[in-house]
Design a protein around this ligand. Structure first.
Ligand code: GCW
Length: 700
């Protein structure tokens, strides 16, 4: 199979693809991963395809050598951390020697594992593109987190929950463009099918591996329809085919399961996780999965949340629920990932008590269970306590769980961040969240897993943003978000600018360096710009309820979803203080609690998350709260024009297709930003009666 599929965009491998096409250099490659396991086979085929090079058995004459070594890769160079075995060391000889093909000084890529060799190979390939330097050097790198996972919210009918890039690349509907051999299951008349576009899945798996992603969950956490049956044949055999592709690129494959599957599939009368029939049902199911997928990663479970079934119905805890799956999976080395996104959506906006504060929910449901989860169970906690908003403080559960394996969850998909229409590169947000964990100079790479009972079971997961769109992500620039996520999982402290510049150089290799930097700058500014014109200062959920794009300041305000901003004639924001509010602040360790209790020490970004403040409240910069909100919204909208100007300056360096697609979306973003500005300013002016000091015109 060819590396690129002409119908698919090459994302950040574009530069490498171009290099490959133009390359007249001849390589001779020696690789000591000679086994027949899936990763070794894939590594060898990737090398042959990318370098158009023969594999030679004699390393003495090779120009590129890939070899497995111990963590002590070279004199004085050692791979470290909980995922050291996935790290790599690359030795690049001086360019001139290498060009002359001096076999005495080959490129050397080494790692303790074949998976690490694959990562090292891509890293070398990316670094070897003509625009990047190819100085003689030794580079050594290992991932900060052992779990670097993507969650697909793809559904068996081909739709993607919160997906903004077309249909699922995995599943489709009968009659749409799917390969017929994937359709005819003996389940008579099923409309939902596996798409069977193997080329696209291979391409996606390669993108994931090229940025070090090592785990993937293949279906949405809301497990509906035929997806409930993915754990059984005949669906399981299709899942196994997909799993085989991803495993060959070093990704462990997970499935989301429905807690009620034993009843739905086999008619069991109870789902009580402590009932032996239920346990046995899962044991058998898991056994069958491992017969088909011997390296299966495990399950992801959303229970007792947003209408999904769970252990509460049987008077059991989430640890009871998780441990039932953990027991079944442990016999095969699998893991259960249990989501902490559990809240009661039936609240009343008039109720301002602690019990009605949705921000407390994850903590209330889980903090007591610390230490009660099985060793192969991981708790997956959204970064913020509410729901992937533009600005939230770090979920206090990260401080409370001292004996539990933890994953921090993000969205690469832009659910609340502009639907991949508005430019929004969220790396700064992720880094900020992770940095909150840093204490006493212990880096995030260590703090997240500091107390994990199993240091191998800690890391990040994020909802992916790809679909069948020609460019994978709807907005070609949103490819950077996927790339950035991989880089961030690998190196938790990687500076935003270095990621955006790297991505832009790899993705726009025909662009000159200045304009590559212009594109990178657009990305770097984008998250801040979006935050300026969306819900102000961490108050959250002013988004349109119908799909979460654009303003809807009242949409959630009087609903039962428990996400309120409480704007009224006197002020805006949620009082979560200990002295006067819901007491949420008290869930943090003392240092943070002290900072959040006082509006003058609370970071502006999350000010209204923690405090209900009068419009005249003096901000740190001397402006009144209301003026600051007006100013931010005007500034945010104006800065979108700036983005448009910057993109226009790139026109002659970017192919027409991508240029037009991005231009079109920037215009939509401009309209969206103006709508946010006008609606928010009008909304708050109506309540406060306080005019904008600058007398700017609000259009509505
Ligand atoms: O943010 C909310 C989304 C739901 C999602 C849920 C979750 C998969 O709006 O679409 O459901 O979070 O994370 O479970």
């Amino acid at each position: 199979m060819e590396i690129t599929n002409d119908t698919a965009d090459e994302m950040w491998l574009r530069a490498s693809v171009m290099m490959r096409r133009a390359n007249h250099q001849t390589f001779e490659v020696n690789v000591d991963a000679t086994g027949e396991d899936a990763v070794s086979l894939r590594l060898r085929s990737e090398i042959v395809q990318w370098l158009r090079a023969p594999l030679v058995s004699d390393s003495a004459h090779a120009t590129v050598i890939l070899r497995t070594v111990t963590a002590q890769v070279a004199d004085g160079l050692k791979l470290e951390g909980p995922a050291a075995d996935e790290g790599w060391h690359i030795h690049v000889p001086a360019l001139s020697e290498h060009e002359k093909g001096k076999s005495s000084d080959p490129v050397i890529i080494e790692s303790p594992s074949t998976r690490g060799l694959l990562y090292g190979f891509y890293a070398w390939l990316e670094g070897a593109v003509p625009s990047a330097s190819m100085k003689p050097q030794d580079k050594i790198s290992s991932p900060d987190q052992p779990i670097r996972m993507l969650d697909q919210w793809d559904q068996s009918d081909g739709s993607v929950e919160r997906g903004y890039a077309g249909e699922s690349i995995f599943y489709g509907r009968w009659g749409s463009n799917v390969h017929s051999e994937f359709v005819n299951f003996p389940d008579r008349g099923a409309q939902d099918v596996f798409r069977g576009d193997t080329d696209r899945l291979i391409a996606y798996a390669r993108f994931c591996a090229s940025v070090g992603i090592n785990a993937i969950c293949l279906n949405n956490v809301n497990v509906r329809g035929y997806a409930i049956r993915f754990i059984q044949d005949p669906w399981l055999s299709r899942v196994a085919q997909i799993a085989h592709i991803f495993e060959s690129f070093g990704l462990s494959v997970f499935l989301s399961v429905n807690f009620a599957a034993p009843r739905i599939i086999s008619g069991l009368s109870t789902l009580d996780p402590c009932n032996s029939d239920v346990q046995q049902w899962w044991d058998k199911t898991v056994d069958r999965i491992y017969e088909r997928i011997p390296h299966f990663g495990g399950f992801v479970v959303k229970a007792d949340s947003e209408g999904e079934p769970g252990p509460y119905q049987y008077g059991r805890t989430h640890a009871d629920g998780a441990n039932m799956f953990a027991r079944a999976l442990a016999r095969h080395g699998g893991t259960v990932i249990w989501r902490a996104f559990v809240y009661n959506s039936h609240t009343d906006w008039r109720d301002r008590s602690a019990a009605a504060d949705r921000a407390r929910a994850a903590w209330e449901n889980f903090h007591d269970l610390d230490g009660k989860f099985a060793k192969n169970a991981v708790l997956q906690v959204k970064f913020g306590p509410v729901d992937f908003q533009t600005s939230e403080p770090l979920n206090p559960l990260f401080f409370a769980m001292k004996h539990t394996n933890l994953i921090m969850e993000f969205e690469v998909t832009a659910e609340y961040l502009g639907h991949q229409i508005d430019l929004n590169f969220p790396l700064p947000q992720w880094e900020q969240m992770a940095s909150w964990l840093v204490e006493k100079n212990v880096p995030v790479s260590k703090t997240l897993g500091l107390y994990a009972p199993n240091p191998q079971l800690t890391g990040f997961a994020a909802v992916s943003n790809v679909g069948m769109d020609w460019n994978w992500t709807g907005n070609p620039l949103a490819q950077a978000n996927l790339f950035g996520y991989g880089r961030f999982c690998w190196d938790n402290n990687i500076p935003t600018t270095s990621v955006s510049e790297q991505w832009s150089a790899l993705t726009f290799p025909r662009c000159d360096q200045d304009h590559q930097k212009t594109i990178a700058r657009m990305l770097d500014q984008s998250n801040e710009i979006y935050k300026h014109y969306a819900a102000p200062l961490g108050v959250g959920f002013m988004v349109n309820r119908d799909g979460h794009y654009g303003p809807g300041p009242d949409d959630y305000e009087f609903s039962r979803w428990g996400t309120y901003h409480f704007a009224d004639r006197d002020g805006i924001g949620v009082d979560r203080t200990q002295s006067n509010g819901t007491g949420y602040v008290g869930l943090y360790p003392e240092k943070q609690a002290k900072m959040f209790e006082n509006p003058n020490t609370t970071p502006d970004d999350v000010l209204l998350f923690f405090h209900h403040l009068p419009y005249a409240f003096r901000m740190k910069d001397g402006r009144s709260l209301i003026q600051r909100i007006y100013d931010d919204h005007f500034e945010g909208a104006a800065r979108v024009e700036d983005l448009i100007r910057q993109w226009n300056s790139c026109k002659k360096f970017v192919d027409e297709c991508r240029w037009k697609e991005v231009s079109h979306r920037l215009l939509l973003q401009q309209a969206n930003a103006c709508e946010w500005r006008d609606e928010m300013c009008t909304f708050l002016y109506r309540f406060s009666g306080i005019s904008d000091e600058h007398g700017r015109k609000i259009n509505r």
